[in-house]
Design a protein around this ligand. Structure first.
Ligand code: SAH
Ligand code: SF4
Length: 354
C-alpha cells in the first residue's frame, strides 16, 4: 500500500491524474499531510467523502508505530523508538535548547553497514535503507508534538541510526521535502547531514547546490588509527575525506563540521590534537568534541575533562575552533542505537522468562 509520505509533490499529482481527479487535490492533500499534519483521512474535510474513502483503502498516512518513548526533563530530550511495518526498529530524538532551538535527530537506515567499532548502530549491522517517507515522518511526528504545545520544530540533524550518504537517493528526497515550503518548511541552513566520510557521495552532495550543513565523523588524524575505529577509512582515507570536505566548502560556501568522539587513552592526547590541528589548519571548519558515549559492544570510556580541555586548547593554537558537546540524554540512552539495543534486550529477557 502506498505510503503518502513517500510521494513528492509530482508523485502526488501523478496519483490523482491516474485516479482522474483534478490536480488541485494534490495540493489539498499535501496541506493536510505537512501543514495540518492530520492523523486520519476523515480529518481531510475539504475532500469529497468518496475520495477520502479511496485514499483510506489504497494508501496509508505514514508507517511509524511508536514502540517506546523516554523523556529526560533534565536534558530536555525526548527519545522515541518506532516500529516499521516489517518490524524494523528505528530511533529519533528531540532536543529542546534554551535558546529556543528544537532539533530532531532522525535516522536514515535501520542499522548501519559501516561498522564503526564504538557505535551501537554499527554493532547491530545493516538491515535496510529507510524510504524518504520513513525519514520525513520521524521529523513530522516531533513537529506535530511541538505544534500541539504552541512550539515549532526548528532544526533537523540526520545523525540518528544509519549512514545517510549510503542511502543517498532517499535521503536527498527527504531533505528536499523537509525543506519544501509545502513540506515541513525547515530552512536548508537548519538541516545538517552527518556522514562517516563517503567521499564520492560527499562530492555528489556538494553538487546539489543546497545550503545544508555537512558534518564529517573524523575521530582520528592518522589512517592507521582511523581505520581501527572506522573500517570505511580503508576505502576512503583521511586525505581524500579532507579534500572532499574542502570541495564541499568551495561549492557551498558553508563551514564544515568535524566530529571527534573523545575516547580515553585512545584519541585524546595533545599529540593527536596537534595532528588534527595540522590537518585542518586553514580549512573553513569547526570541530565538535564529544566525550564517548559508552556502549556494550565497545570497551572504551569517555575522556577525562582535563584531557578534553587540553585537546581543545591545542586545537585553538592551530587556529581551529571547537566546541565540547556533552551528549544529551545520556540518562535515556540517547546515543544513537542505544534505546533499540536496550528495548531488544528487555524483550529477549521477557521472552526467556515466559
Ligand atoms: N552515520 C553518520 C551519522 C550517524 S552517527 C556518521 O557516522 O556520521 C552520528 C555521530 O555519532 C557520528 O559522529 C558518530 O561517529 C557518533 N557516534 C556514534 N557512536 C558514538 C558513541 N558511542 N559515542 C559518541 N559518539 C558516537
Ligand atoms: Fe554507521 Fe555512523 Fe554508527 Fe559509523 S557511526 S556505524 S557510520 S551510524
Amino acid at each position: 500500500m502506498t505510503n503518502l509520505y513517500d510521494l513528492s509533490d509530482d508523485d502526488l499529482k501523478a496519483l490523482f491524474a491516474r485516479w482522474e481527479m483534478p490536480a488541485f487535490r494534490a495540493k489539498q492533500v499535501s496541506e493536510w499531510l505537512y501543514k495540518h499534519k492530520v492523523t486520519t483521512f476523515e480529518a481531510m474535510t475539504n475532500l469529497p467523502k468518496a475520495l477520502r474513502e479511496r485514499l483510506a483503502a489504497e494508501t496509508r498516512l505514514g508507517v511509524l508505530a511508536q514502540a517506546a518513548e523516554q523523556h529526560s526533563a533534565e536534558s530536555a530530550t525526548t527519545k522515541r523508538l518506532y516500529r516499521l511495518p516489517d518490524n524494523q526498529l528505528i530511533e529519533s530524538v528531540l532536543m529542546e535548547y534554551e535558546d529556543g532551538r528544537r532539533t530532531a535527530c532522525i535516522s536514515t537506515q535501520a542499522g548501519c553497514a559501516m561498522g564503526c567499532v564504538f557505535c551501537a548502530t554499527g554493532q547491530m549491522g545493516f538491515a535496510r535503507h529507510l524510504t524518504d517517507g520513513e525519514i520525513v515522518e520521524q521529523a513530522l511526528h516531533f513537529a506535530r508534538l511541538l505544534e500541539s504545545e504552541g512550539d515549532r520544530l526548528s532544526n533537523i540533524v540526520l545523525m540518528g541510526m544509519g549512514e545517510p550518504l549510503h542511502n543517498y537517493e532517499n535521503t536527498l528526497r527527504a531533505i528536499r521535502r523537509l525543506n519544501d515550503p509545502n513540506g515541513l518548511n525547515i530552512g536548508q541552513r537548519h538541516i545538517t547531514l552527518s556522514t562517516v566520510g563517503l567521499v564520492p557521495e560527499i562530492r555528489r552532495f556538494a553538487e546539489e547546490a543546497l545550503q545544508v550543513g555537512l558534518a564529517i565523523s573524523l575521530h582520528a588524524a592518522t589512517d592507521s588509527e582511523r581505520s581501527a575505529l572506522l573500517p570505511i577509512n580503508r576505502r576512503y582515507p583521511i586525505r581524500a575525506v579532507i579534500e572532499a570536505a574542502a570541495y564541499y566548502v568551495q561549492r557551498t560556501g558553508r563551514r564544515v563540521t568535524f566530529e571527534w568522539a573523545l575516547i580515553r587513552g585512545e584519541n585524546d592526547t595533545v599529540e593527536q590534537a596537534e595532528k588534527l590541528g595540522a590537518l585542518l589548519q586553514g580549512l573553513l571548519c569547526h570541530v565538535n568534541l564529544i566525550p564517548l558515549n559508552p556502549t556494550n559492544g565497545y570497551n572504551g570510556a569517555p575522556s577525562d575533562p582535563l584531557r578534553v580541555d587540553a585537546f581543545q586548547a591545542t586545537l585553538s593554537r592551530y587556529g581551529v575552533s571547537s566546541t565540547v558537546r556533552v551528549r544529551r540524554g545520556i540518562d535515556i540512552q540517547a546515543g544513537c542505537g542505544q534505546l533499540k539495543t536496550e528495548v531488544l534486550r528487555r524483550e529477549r529477557r521477557r521472552l526467556s522468562i515466559n
